[in-house]
Write a protein that binds this ligand. Structure first.
Ligand code: PHE
Length: 450
Protein backbone atom coordinates (compact mmCIF):
# COMPACT_ATOMS: atom_id res chain seq x y z
CA UNK A 1 0.00 0.00 0.00
CA UNK A 2 1.12 3.51 -0.57
CA UNK A 3 1.75 6.30 1.86
CA UNK A 4 -1.50 7.96 0.79
CA UNK A 5 -3.40 5.60 3.00
CA UNK A 6 -2.15 7.49 6.02
CA UNK A 7 -3.92 10.67 6.89
CA UNK A 8 -1.79 11.66 9.84
CA UNK A 9 1.58 10.02 9.26
CA UNK A 10 2.92 6.60 10.09
CA UNK A 11 5.05 4.93 12.76
CA UNK A 12 8.61 4.50 11.61
CA UNK A 13 8.79 0.81 12.59
CA UNK A 14 7.16 -2.03 14.51
CA UNK A 15 9.22 -1.04 17.54
CA UNK A 16 7.95 2.51 17.31
CA UNK A 17 4.39 1.22 17.43
CA UNK A 18 5.10 -1.05 20.38
CA UNK A 19 6.72 1.83 22.22
CA UNK A 20 3.84 4.18 21.52
CA UNK A 21 1.19 1.62 22.42
CA UNK A 22 3.06 0.78 25.63
CA UNK A 23 3.32 4.47 26.28
CA UNK A 24 -0.44 4.67 26.01
CA UNK A 25 -0.99 1.60 28.15
CA UNK A 26 1.58 2.23 30.86
CA UNK A 27 0.68 5.26 32.89
CA UNK A 28 -1.01 6.35 36.08
CA UNK A 29 -3.28 3.35 35.65
CA UNK A 30 -0.42 1.03 36.49
CA UNK A 31 1.44 2.99 39.11
CA UNK A 32 -1.25 5.03 40.83
CA UNK A 33 -4.56 3.33 40.12
CA UNK A 34 -3.86 -0.40 40.12
CA UNK A 35 -2.29 -0.41 43.60
CA UNK A 36 -5.01 1.68 45.21
CA UNK A 37 -7.82 -0.27 43.58
CA UNK A 38 -6.20 -3.54 44.66
CA UNK A 39 -5.90 -2.04 48.14
CA UNK A 40 -9.51 -0.86 48.24
CA UNK A 41 -10.84 -4.16 46.91
CA UNK A 42 -9.07 -6.56 49.23
CA UNK A 43 -6.00 -7.59 47.22
CA UNK A 44 -5.40 -11.08 45.81
CA UNK A 45 -8.86 -12.02 44.53
CA UNK A 46 -9.18 -8.64 42.81
CA UNK A 47 -5.76 -9.13 41.22
CA UNK A 48 -6.73 -12.57 39.88
CA UNK A 49 -9.94 -11.25 38.33
CA UNK A 50 -7.94 -8.38 36.86
CA UNK A 51 -5.41 -10.76 35.30
CA UNK A 52 -8.18 -12.96 33.93
CA UNK A 53 -9.83 -9.94 32.34
CA UNK A 54 -6.55 -8.87 30.75
CA UNK A 55 -6.04 -12.28 29.16
CA UNK A 56 -9.56 -13.31 28.15
CA UNK A 57 -11.08 -9.93 27.34
CA UNK A 58 -8.34 -7.31 27.12
CA UNK A 59 -5.90 -8.93 24.72
CA UNK A 60 -8.50 -10.04 22.14
CA UNK A 61 -10.08 -6.58 22.24
CA UNK A 62 -6.69 -4.93 21.90
CA UNK A 63 -6.04 -7.01 18.78
CA UNK A 64 -9.54 -6.21 17.47
CA UNK A 65 -9.25 -2.50 18.09
CA UNK A 66 -5.79 -2.19 16.54
CA UNK A 67 -6.99 -4.19 13.54
CA UNK A 68 -9.98 -1.89 13.00
CA UNK A 69 -7.69 1.11 13.20
CA UNK A 70 -5.25 -0.20 10.65
CA UNK A 71 -8.04 -1.14 8.27
CA UNK A 72 -9.85 2.17 8.64
CA UNK A 73 -6.81 4.46 8.77
CA UNK A 74 -8.73 7.43 10.18
CA UNK A 75 -10.02 8.78 13.47
CA UNK A 76 -12.15 6.22 15.35
CA UNK A 77 -15.35 7.93 14.28
CA UNK A 78 -14.52 7.88 10.58
CA UNK A 79 -12.89 4.47 10.79
CA UNK A 80 -16.09 2.97 12.20
CA UNK A 81 -18.10 4.77 9.56
CA UNK A 82 -16.04 3.56 6.62
CA UNK A 83 -15.62 0.00 7.92
CA UNK A 84 -19.37 -0.22 8.49
CA UNK A 85 -19.86 0.92 4.94
CA UNK A 86 -17.35 -1.63 3.67
CA UNK A 87 -19.22 -4.39 5.53
CA UNK A 88 -22.61 -3.00 4.44
CA UNK A 89 -23.60 -2.50 8.05
CA UNK A 90 -25.43 0.40 9.70
CA UNK A 91 -23.59 3.72 9.77
CA UNK A 92 -24.78 4.03 13.38
CA UNK A 93 -21.65 2.10 14.33
CA UNK A 94 -19.80 5.38 14.22
CA UNK A 95 -21.43 6.29 17.53
CA UNK A 96 -18.98 3.84 19.06
CA UNK A 97 -16.29 6.23 17.89
CA UNK A 98 -18.09 9.13 19.54
CA UNK A 99 -18.36 7.20 22.78
CA UNK A 100 -14.61 6.76 22.71
CA UNK A 101 -13.82 10.38 21.96
CA UNK A 102 -16.06 11.45 24.85
CA UNK A 103 -14.53 8.93 27.23
CA UNK A 104 -11.07 10.17 26.32
CA UNK A 105 -12.00 13.77 27.17
CA UNK A 106 -13.53 12.78 30.47
CA UNK A 107 -10.61 10.56 31.51
CA UNK A 108 -7.99 13.11 30.55
CA UNK A 109 -9.76 15.76 32.62
CA UNK A 110 -9.00 13.98 35.88
CA UNK A 111 -5.90 12.19 34.67
CA UNK A 112 -4.22 15.54 34.32
CA UNK A 113 -5.01 16.46 37.92
CA UNK A 114 -3.41 13.27 39.26
CA UNK A 115 -0.45 13.71 36.92
CA UNK A 116 -0.20 17.17 38.45
CA UNK A 117 0.15 15.55 41.87
CA UNK A 118 3.12 13.58 40.59
CA UNK A 119 4.65 16.78 39.23
CA UNK A 120 4.24 18.39 42.65
CA UNK A 121 5.99 15.37 44.14
CA UNK A 122 8.99 15.74 41.85
CA UNK A 123 9.76 18.88 43.82
CA UNK A 124 8.61 17.63 47.22
CA UNK A 125 10.57 14.40 47.21
CA UNK A 126 13.42 15.66 45.04
CA UNK A 127 13.82 18.74 47.21
CA UNK A 128 14.52 16.54 50.22
CA UNK A 129 11.32 17.40 52.12
CA UNK A 130 10.66 13.73 52.67
CA UNK A 131 14.04 12.73 54.06
CA UNK A 132 13.48 10.38 56.99
CA UNK A 133 9.79 11.14 56.72
CA UNK A 134 7.59 9.11 59.02
CA UNK A 135 4.32 7.68 57.74
CA UNK A 136 2.56 10.54 59.54
CA UNK A 137 4.66 13.19 57.80
CA UNK A 138 4.13 11.61 54.38
CA UNK A 139 0.43 11.56 55.04
CA UNK A 140 0.22 15.16 56.15
CA UNK A 141 2.20 16.36 53.12
CA UNK A 142 -0.29 14.59 50.85
CA UNK A 143 -3.33 15.83 52.73
CA UNK A 144 -2.03 19.36 52.45
CA UNK A 145 -1.78 19.03 48.67
CA UNK A 146 -5.25 17.53 48.50
CA UNK A 147 -6.64 20.42 50.50
CA UNK A 148 -5.13 23.06 48.17
CA UNK A 149 -7.20 23.59 45.03
CA UNK A 150 -4.90 26.39 43.88
CA UNK A 151 -1.73 24.31 43.92
CA UNK A 152 -3.46 21.38 42.25
CA UNK A 153 -4.90 23.70 39.61
CA UNK A 154 -1.45 25.10 38.83
CA UNK A 155 0.05 21.64 38.28
CA UNK A 156 -3.02 20.50 36.37
CA UNK A 157 -2.56 23.48 34.05
CA UNK A 158 1.14 22.76 33.65
CA UNK A 159 0.45 19.14 32.77
CA UNK A 160 -2.21 20.01 30.22
CA UNK A 161 0.03 22.58 28.54
CA UNK A 162 2.91 20.09 28.37
CA UNK A 163 0.62 17.46 26.83
CA UNK A 164 -0.76 19.78 24.21
CA UNK A 165 2.72 20.98 23.28
CA UNK A 166 3.63 17.40 22.41
CA UNK A 167 0.32 16.58 20.73
CA UNK A 168 0.42 19.65 18.53
CA UNK A 169 3.77 18.54 17.09
CA UNK A 170 2.36 15.36 15.51
CA UNK A 171 2.88 11.67 15.91
CA UNK A 172 6.38 10.76 14.91
CA UNK A 173 8.34 13.53 16.45
CA UNK A 174 6.39 14.01 19.62
CA UNK A 175 5.19 10.60 20.65
CA UNK A 176 8.02 8.34 19.61
CA UNK A 177 10.74 10.37 21.14
CA UNK A 178 8.95 10.83 24.44
CA UNK A 179 8.28 7.12 24.84
CA UNK A 180 11.67 5.84 23.87
CA UNK A 181 13.38 7.44 26.85
CA UNK A 182 10.92 6.84 29.64
CA UNK A 183 10.11 3.13 29.37
CA UNK A 184 13.46 1.65 30.37
CA UNK A 185 13.90 4.33 33.01
CA UNK A 186 10.59 3.52 34.64
CA UNK A 187 11.39 -0.18 34.78
CA UNK A 188 14.72 0.49 36.44
CA UNK A 189 13.09 2.70 39.07
CA UNK A 190 10.49 0.07 39.82
CA UNK A 191 13.23 -2.52 40.28
CA UNK A 192 14.92 -0.18 42.79
CA UNK A 193 11.65 0.20 44.69
CA UNK A 194 10.95 -3.53 44.61
CA UNK A 195 14.41 -4.23 46.03
CA UNK A 196 13.77 -1.67 48.76
CA UNK A 197 10.41 -3.31 49.47
CA UNK A 198 12.18 -6.62 50.10
CA UNK A 199 14.17 -5.02 52.90
CA UNK A 200 11.19 -3.50 54.72
CA UNK A 201 10.03 -6.42 56.82
CA UNK A 202 6.57 -6.06 55.30
CA UNK A 203 7.47 -7.91 52.12
CA UNK A 204 5.86 -11.26 52.99
CA UNK A 205 2.67 -9.61 54.11
CA UNK A 206 2.61 -7.34 51.07
CA UNK A 207 3.03 -10.25 48.70
CA UNK A 208 0.39 -12.27 50.49
CA UNK A 209 -2.03 -9.36 50.25
CA UNK A 210 -1.39 -8.96 46.55
CA UNK A 211 -1.26 -12.59 45.47
CA UNK A 212 -3.18 -14.74 47.95
CA UNK A 213 -6.81 -14.60 46.90
CA UNK A 214 -9.61 -14.43 49.43
CA UNK A 215 -12.70 -14.63 47.27
CA UNK A 216 -15.00 -13.77 50.13
CA UNK A 217 -13.74 -10.20 49.78
CA UNK A 218 -14.91 -9.98 46.19
CA UNK A 219 -18.21 -8.21 45.56
CA UNK A 220 -19.90 -7.75 42.20
CA UNK A 221 -18.75 -4.14 42.32
CA UNK A 222 -15.13 -5.25 42.82
CA UNK A 223 -15.34 -7.54 39.81
CA UNK A 224 -16.61 -4.63 37.73
CA UNK A 225 -13.79 -2.44 39.05
CA UNK A 226 -11.23 -5.11 38.15
CA UNK A 227 -12.59 -5.42 34.64
CA UNK A 228 -12.82 -1.65 34.20
CA UNK A 229 -9.22 -1.41 35.36
CA UNK A 230 -8.15 -3.94 32.72
CA UNK A 231 -9.69 -1.73 30.03
CA UNK A 232 -8.27 1.42 31.55
CA UNK A 233 -4.79 0.08 32.03
CA UNK A 234 -4.50 -1.45 28.57
CA UNK A 235 -5.99 1.75 27.14
CA UNK A 236 -8.89 -0.01 25.41
CA UNK A 237 -12.44 0.71 24.43
CA UNK A 238 -12.09 4.37 23.57
CA UNK A 239 -10.31 4.53 20.27
CA UNK A 240 -6.77 5.30 21.44
CA UNK A 241 -5.32 2.06 20.28
CA UNK A 242 -7.55 2.25 17.21
CA UNK A 243 -6.04 5.54 16.24
CA UNK A 244 -2.53 4.23 16.99
CA UNK A 245 -3.35 1.20 14.85
CA UNK A 246 -4.27 3.57 12.05
CA UNK A 247 -0.67 4.76 11.98
CA UNK A 248 0.65 1.18 11.87
CA UNK A 249 2.46 0.01 8.74
CA UNK A 250 1.01 -3.01 6.89
CA UNK A 251 2.38 -6.45 7.71
CA UNK A 252 3.42 -5.61 11.24
CA UNK A 253 1.96 -8.42 13.35
CA UNK A 254 -0.87 -6.94 15.38
CA UNK A 255 -1.27 -9.99 17.60
CA UNK A 256 2.39 -10.18 18.56
CA UNK A 257 2.62 -6.45 19.22
CA UNK A 258 -0.51 -6.60 21.38
CA UNK A 259 0.89 -9.45 23.45
CA UNK A 260 4.10 -7.54 24.08
CA UNK A 261 2.22 -4.41 25.09
CA UNK A 262 -0.21 -6.25 27.38
CA UNK A 263 2.63 -8.17 29.03
CA UNK A 264 4.64 -5.00 29.65
CA UNK A 265 1.58 -3.22 31.02
CA UNK A 266 0.76 -6.03 33.42
CA UNK A 267 4.35 -6.38 34.57
CA UNK A 268 4.58 -2.70 35.44
CA UNK A 269 1.32 -2.81 37.42
CA UNK A 270 2.40 -5.85 39.39
CA UNK A 271 5.84 -4.36 40.04
CA UNK A 272 4.21 -1.20 41.36
CA UNK A 273 1.95 -3.24 43.62
CA UNK A 274 4.91 -5.29 44.85
CA UNK A 275 6.73 -2.09 45.77
CA UNK A 276 3.83 -0.43 47.57
CA UNK A 277 2.14 -3.06 49.74
CA UNK A 278 5.27 -4.08 51.68
CA UNK A 279 5.71 -0.39 52.56
CA UNK A 280 2.06 -0.25 53.60
CA UNK A 281 2.39 -3.18 55.99
CA UNK A 282 5.86 -2.32 57.28
CA UNK A 283 4.46 1.05 58.39
CA UNK A 284 1.17 -0.27 59.76
CA UNK A 285 -0.80 1.64 57.15
CA UNK A 286 -4.19 0.82 55.63
CA UNK A 287 -4.09 -0.76 52.13
CA UNK A 288 -7.53 0.69 51.36
CA UNK A 289 -6.63 4.36 51.69
CA UNK A 290 -7.78 5.30 48.18
CA UNK A 291 -6.24 7.54 45.52
CA UNK A 292 -3.54 8.89 47.84
CA UNK A 293 -1.95 5.47 48.30
CA UNK A 294 1.27 5.90 46.30
CA UNK A 295 1.71 9.47 47.46
CA UNK A 296 1.43 8.51 51.10
CA UNK A 297 3.61 5.40 50.93
CA UNK A 298 6.42 5.77 48.41
CA UNK A 299 7.85 8.95 49.96
CA UNK A 300 8.46 6.95 53.15
CA UNK A 301 10.62 4.57 51.12
CA UNK A 302 12.48 7.39 49.41
CA UNK A 303 13.01 9.03 52.76
CA UNK A 304 14.71 5.94 54.13
CA UNK A 305 16.87 4.66 51.27
CA UNK A 306 20.35 6.07 50.60
CA UNK A 307 20.17 8.64 47.81
CA UNK A 308 16.41 8.56 48.25
CA UNK A 309 15.75 12.18 47.30
CA UNK A 310 17.41 11.67 43.96
CA UNK A 311 15.63 8.35 43.37
CA UNK A 312 12.37 9.96 44.37
CA UNK A 313 12.89 12.84 42.00
CA UNK A 314 13.68 10.49 39.13
CA UNK A 315 10.75 8.25 40.01
CA UNK A 316 8.11 10.97 40.03
CA UNK A 317 9.63 12.46 36.90
CA UNK A 318 9.17 9.10 35.20
CA UNK A 319 5.61 8.82 36.49
CA UNK A 320 5.04 12.21 34.91
CA UNK A 321 6.48 10.93 31.60
CA UNK A 322 4.40 7.76 31.78
CA UNK A 323 1.34 9.91 32.40
CA UNK A 324 2.07 12.22 29.52
CA UNK A 325 2.47 9.41 26.98
CA UNK A 326 -0.95 8.11 28.09
CA UNK A 327 -2.49 11.57 28.06
CA UNK A 328 -1.40 11.95 24.45
CA UNK A 329 -3.24 8.73 23.62
CA UNK A 330 -6.35 9.86 25.48
CA UNK A 331 -6.71 12.99 23.38
CA UNK A 332 -5.46 11.62 20.05
CA UNK A 333 -8.89 10.33 18.88
CA UNK A 334 -10.42 13.77 19.37
CA UNK A 335 -7.51 15.51 17.69
CA UNK A 336 -7.59 13.13 14.73
CA UNK A 337 -11.34 13.71 14.38
CA UNK A 338 -11.18 17.49 14.66
CA UNK A 339 -8.43 17.74 12.10
CA UNK A 340 -10.14 15.33 9.69
CA UNK A 341 -13.71 16.57 9.89
CA UNK A 342 -13.63 20.08 11.20
CA UNK A 343 -10.72 21.34 9.17
CA UNK A 344 -8.71 22.40 12.21
CA UNK A 345 -4.94 22.24 12.11
CA UNK A 346 -3.40 19.64 14.39
CA UNK A 347 -2.24 22.34 16.75
CA UNK A 348 -5.61 24.08 16.92
CA UNK A 349 -7.36 20.74 17.47
CA UNK A 350 -4.97 19.96 20.30
CA UNK A 351 -5.29 23.30 22.08
CA UNK A 352 -9.09 23.44 21.88
CA UNK A 353 -9.45 19.89 23.16
CA UNK A 354 -6.97 20.65 25.90
CA UNK A 355 -8.93 23.68 27.00
CA UNK A 356 -12.15 21.68 27.39
CA UNK A 357 -10.40 18.93 29.36
CA UNK A 358 -8.68 21.49 31.52
CA UNK A 359 -11.97 23.16 32.46
CA UNK A 360 -13.58 19.82 33.28
CA UNK A 361 -10.55 18.90 35.35
CA UNK A 362 -11.24 21.74 37.74
CA UNK A 363 -14.25 19.71 38.88
CA UNK A 364 -11.86 16.97 39.95
CA UNK A 365 -9.55 19.44 41.68
CA UNK A 366 -12.45 20.61 43.83
CA UNK A 367 -13.75 17.14 44.52
CA UNK A 368 -10.78 16.59 46.84
CA UNK A 369 -11.47 19.66 48.97
CA UNK A 370 -14.17 22.35 48.87
CA UNK A 371 -16.42 20.32 46.58
CA UNK A 372 -16.03 16.94 48.26
CA UNK A 373 -19.52 17.24 49.69
CA UNK A 374 -21.11 17.46 46.25
CA UNK A 375 -22.03 13.89 45.39
CA UNK A 376 -24.09 12.01 42.85
CA UNK A 377 -25.09 8.42 43.69
CA UNK A 378 -22.73 8.70 46.63
CA UNK A 379 -19.75 9.59 44.44
CA UNK A 380 -17.90 12.86 44.29
CA UNK A 381 -17.12 14.44 40.92
CA UNK A 382 -13.84 12.62 40.45
CA UNK A 383 -15.30 9.27 41.49
CA UNK A 384 -18.30 9.76 39.25
CA UNK A 385 -16.24 10.60 36.16
CA UNK A 386 -13.93 7.70 36.92
CA UNK A 387 -16.82 5.28 37.38
CA UNK A 388 -18.65 6.41 34.25
CA UNK A 389 -15.56 6.13 32.08
CA UNK A 390 -13.54 3.17 33.39
CA UNK A 391 -16.41 0.99 34.61
CA UNK A 392 -19.06 1.80 32.00
CA UNK A 393 -17.87 3.61 28.87
CA UNK A 394 -14.65 1.67 28.25
CA UNK A 395 -16.23 -1.78 28.72
CA UNK A 396 -19.20 -0.78 26.54
CA UNK A 397 -16.79 0.59 23.94
CA UNK A 398 -14.87 -2.69 24.22
CA UNK A 399 -17.98 -4.80 23.60
CA UNK A 400 -18.78 -2.70 20.54
CA UNK A 401 -15.26 -3.14 19.20
CA UNK A 402 -15.34 -6.90 19.81
CA UNK A 403 -18.77 -7.34 18.25
CA UNK A 404 -17.90 -5.15 15.30
CA UNK A 405 -14.57 -6.86 14.64
CA UNK A 406 -15.91 -10.35 15.32
CA UNK A 407 -19.36 -10.22 13.76
CA UNK A 408 -19.60 -7.31 11.35
CA UNK A 409 -16.20 -7.14 9.67
CA UNK A 410 -16.02 -9.91 7.08
CA UNK A 411 -13.97 -12.92 8.01
CA UNK A 412 -11.72 -12.54 4.94
CA UNK A 413 -11.03 -8.94 5.87
CA UNK A 414 -10.03 -9.59 9.47
CA UNK A 415 -8.10 -12.71 8.55
CA UNK A 416 -6.11 -10.84 5.94
CA UNK A 417 -5.48 -7.89 8.24
CA UNK A 418 -4.36 -10.00 11.20
CA UNK A 419 -2.22 -12.58 9.35
CA UNK A 420 -1.99 -14.67 12.49
CA UNK A 421 -2.19 -18.17 11.02
CA UNK A 422 -3.65 -20.88 13.25
CA UNK A 423 -4.18 -18.52 16.16
CA UNK A 424 -6.78 -16.62 14.15
CA UNK A 425 -9.56 -19.00 15.15
CA UNK A 426 -8.77 -18.54 18.80
CA UNK A 427 -8.82 -14.76 18.49
CA UNK A 428 -12.11 -14.88 16.60
CA UNK A 429 -13.77 -17.05 19.22
CA UNK A 430 -12.54 -14.76 22.00
CA UNK A 431 -13.70 -11.65 20.15
CA UNK A 432 -17.08 -13.06 19.12
CA UNK A 433 -18.08 -14.86 22.29
CA UNK A 434 -15.80 -14.62 25.29
CA UNK A 435 -15.17 -10.85 25.32
CA UNK A 436 -18.76 -9.61 24.80
CA UNK A 437 -20.33 -12.21 27.08
CA UNK A 438 -17.61 -11.78 29.67
CA UNK A 439 -18.20 -8.04 29.87
CA UNK A 440 -21.97 -8.59 29.86
CA UNK A 441 -21.74 -11.05 32.74
CA UNK A 442 -19.67 -8.68 34.82
CA UNK A 443 -22.22 -5.90 34.24
CA UNK A 444 -25.08 -8.16 35.29
CA UNK A 445 -23.19 -9.25 38.37
CA UNK A 446 -22.41 -5.65 39.32
CA UNK A 447 -26.04 -4.58 39.20
CA UNK A 448 -26.95 -7.60 41.28
CA UNK A 449 -28.79 -9.67 38.68
CA UNK A 450 -26.28 -12.54 38.81
N1 PHE B 1 -3.70 3.17 30.00
C1 PHE B 1 -3.49 4.45 30.61
C2 PHE B 1 -2.99 4.22 32.02
O1 PHE B 1 -2.97 3.12 32.50
C3 PHE B 1 -4.70 5.33 30.56
C4 PHE B 1 -5.42 5.29 29.26
C5 PHE B 1 -6.74 4.89 29.21
C6 PHE B 1 -4.77 5.63 28.08
C7 PHE B 1 -7.42 4.81 28.01
C8 PHE B 1 -5.45 5.58 26.87
C9 PHE B 1 -6.76 5.16 26.83
O2 PHE B 1 -2.64 5.13 32.70
Amino acid sequence: MTEQRFLHGQWSSRMAFILAASGSAIGLGNIWKFPYLAGDNGGGAFVIVYLLCVVAIGIPIMIAETMLGRRGRQSPINTMLSLAEEAKASPHWHYAGWLGVTAGFLILSYYSVIAGWSMAYILKVGGGFMEHASAATAQSVFLELKASPDIQAIWHTAFMVATMLIVSRGINEGLERATRVMMPGLLIMLVVLDIYAMTTGGFGQGMAFLFEPDFSKLSGASVLTAMGQAFFSLGLGMGSIMVYGSYLPDHVSIAKSSLVVAAADTLVALMAGAAIFPIVFANQLEPGMGPGLIFETLPIAFGKMPGGSLFGLVFFLLVFFAAITSAIALIEPAVAYLSENRGLSRAAAAWWSGLVCWALGLGTVFSFNAGSGATWFGKNFFELVDFLTADIMLPVGGILVAVFAGWIVKREASEAELEMGGAYGLWRALARYVAPFGVGLVFLRAIGIL
